[in-house]
Design a protein around this ligand. Structure first.
Ligand SMILES: [Fe+2]
Ligand SMILES: [Fe+2]
Length: 135
């Protein structure tokens, strides 16, 4: 059973970003499977690194679109991206240092963050970017 499931109400009305979010959900579910099946820290932290890499790629794409159209909430949106990136890289570092498996609290954090960020923060750019021709 996946940890997070994509639902239509998560759509931000822009195809590219919806598909990024779907991929992120897929990767977080993959991390969940890895942790639940008792994979070693090496395997799980590799999946966490995949989550981190893809997150960076996605944030960059969103930020580029927001900058291009001078989205007024750019700074506060970017701040959320930076906070998550730092937290995720910190977790990754910790797992490498301690050689301990990534715990379920990491998943709970990622799941909650993603839900909050997509449903609240990302969705705020939808009307603004849609009005500028981005769908
Ligand atoms: Fe975002
Ligand atoms: Fe996003």
């Amino acid at each position: 059973m996946p940890l997070i499931e994509w639902k239509d109400d998560m759509s931000v009305g822009i195809d590219e970003f919806d598909s990024h979010h779907k991929r992120l959900i897929q990767l977080i579910n993959k991390l969940n499977d890895s942790i639940m099946s008792g994979d070693s820290y090496t395997v799980s932290s590799e999946v966490l690194a995949e989550v981190a890499n893809y997150t960076l790629y996605h944030f960059f794409a969103e930020e580029e679109a927001m900058r291009k159209y001078s989205y007024p909430e750019y700074d506060s949106h970017r701040k959320e991206h930076i906070d998550l990136t730092e937290k995720t890289l910190g977790l990754l570092q910790e797992s490498y240092n301690s050689k301990e498996s990534i715990g379920p609290e990491v998943l709970a954090f990622l799941k909650e963050w993603l839900r909050h960020h997509i449903l609240e923060t990302d969705k705020q750019y939808s009307p603004f970017l849609n009005a500028r021709g981005l769908f």
